[in-house]
Design a protein around this ligand. Structure first.
Ligand SMILES: *[C@@H]1O[C@H](CO)[C@@H](O)[C@H](O)[C@H]1NC(C)=O
Ligand SMILES: *[C@@H]1O[C@H](CO)[C@@H](O)[C@H](O)[C@H]1NC(C)=O
Length: 367
């Protein structure tokens, strides 16, 4: 006799087998990643799931069409860039364009704006992050300074643009200036209020570690921590050290503790979770890591998140659109790294990787 629960399990098992055979049919050898269910970590641990997930990424990519008007495929905003850091926001914003966004905006501190504009005529650069008085760089108080009420605030300046943006990438080259972070806090709150997806990286994650409530439970947030940033977040949210023997479990737990916010832990393999599923992206990259690689990831993720949400859950086959988008961005970044390394070896830099976006995209998603 089978119990009702037993019968249910049998049906579920059949579904898993069906899923795996479908995946097997799609499997192609160079691709190597796994999809795991949170409740059976390391059980459904198969390479073919990677190809299955890549297929979902292909499903969310909007076809090119001459009938669309400019802006339909994505208007992305990057919030970051200060006196010290101008490369990161540039890399993120240009990556968004190269992946297929129609317009890419950068909202940065005024000192960074002319530099970023000089890197590229293709970006729209707004020197607004310190709009309250132009005394940027001078503040190093531990407490946030109040914004003066008689000058337009940075938050208002960015908020004006929010209705025209499909996704924000917050953090590349942000720095940790108190006033600036306070502005970014306001920008995050305004984005949440408008239901705009946000990808948070670098010093944006530093801010989230100080105030996890900022993104707690926000279903349209994706965090992209590296090893250090992950440990800091984990410690801030779960009040304990990361179990380094259980990366999958750690990413899952952090995501759940943040209310199922999507978390992408970058590393030798990228581990992704939305609190329900755990995906592993081990698309072949190279042994070369260059500063700026994370900006390519965050910028391309901004576009893919927009596309995934636009495509809707039927295109992602029931999987979380944000998780599928994140998987796509991780695969693409790693493929760019791989291709750039083939050509440049040890001298590979992020600019070399960005030059590969077109070919890498075609190889992964359009063949
Ligand atoms: C979509 O889901 C169905 C049912 O779970 C499964 O059979 C199929 O293989 C999935 N397709 C992809 C591309 O993941
Ligand atoms: C997150 O997902 C888990 C697994 O599905 C679920 O048990 C939990 O209730 C979810 N948490 C929130 C805040 O939605």
């Amino acid at each position: 006799m089978v119990t009702r629960a037993g019968a249910g399990a049998a049906v579920a098992a059949t579904a898993v087998v069906a899923l795996l055979s479908a995946a097997l049919a799609l499997y192609r050898p160079p691709l190597d990643a796994v999809l795991e269910r949170a409740f059976s970590l390391r059980k459904v641990h198969s390479i073919k799931d990677m190809e299955n997930t890549l297929q979902l990424v292909r499903n969310i990519i909007p076809p090119l069409s001459s009938t669309k008007h400019k802006g339909q495929d994505g208007r992305i905003g990057v919030v970051g860039g200060c006196q010290e850091y101008t490369g990161a926001p540039y890399f993120a914003a240009i990556s968004a364009l190269k992946v297929g966004a129609d317009l890419s905006h950068v909202f940065c501190a005024s000192a960074a704006a002319p530099v970023i504009k000089a890197y590229s005529p293709e970006l729209i650069v707004h020197p607004v992050l310190f709009a309250e008085g132009g005394n940027e760089g001078l503040s190093s108080n531990k407490t946030f300074r109040a914004l003066s009420s008689d000058s337009p605030s940075a938050v208002d300046e960015v908020e004006k643009w929010l209705p025209r943006l499909h996704a924000l990438v917050v953090g590349p080259g942000l720095g940790r200036d108190d006033v600036l972070l306070r502005n970014v806090q306001g920008i995050l709150e305004a984005s949440k209020a408008r239901d705009i997806p946000v990808v948070i990286d670098a010093d944006g994650l530093w801010l989230v570690a100080q105030q996890p409530a900022l993104i707690q439970g926000y279903q349209k947030a994706v965090l992209t921590p590296n090893h250090m940033e992950f440990s800091r977040l984990y410690d801030a949210v779960l009040r304990g050290p990361v179990d380094s023997d259980d990366r999958h479990g750690s990413v899952l737990r952090l995501s759940q503790a943040l209310g199922n916010v999507t978390v992408v832990q970058k590393g030798e393999r990228d581990i992704l979770s939305n609190g329900q599923q755990v995906l592993v992206c081990s698309q072949e990259g190279s042994s070369r890591r260059c500063g700026g690689q994370g900006d390519l990831l965050s910028g391309s993720l901004g576009v893919l998140v927009h596309w995934a949400l636009l495509a809707g859950p039927e295109k992602t086959n029931g999987s979380s659109p944000l998780l599928v988008a994140a998987f796509g961005a991780c695969s693409l970044t790693r493929q760019c790294n791989h291709q750039a390394f083939q050509k440049h070896g040890r001298s590979t830099t992020t600019s070399d990787m960005i030059a590969e976006v077109g070919a890498a995209f075609r190889k992964l998603f359009e063949t």
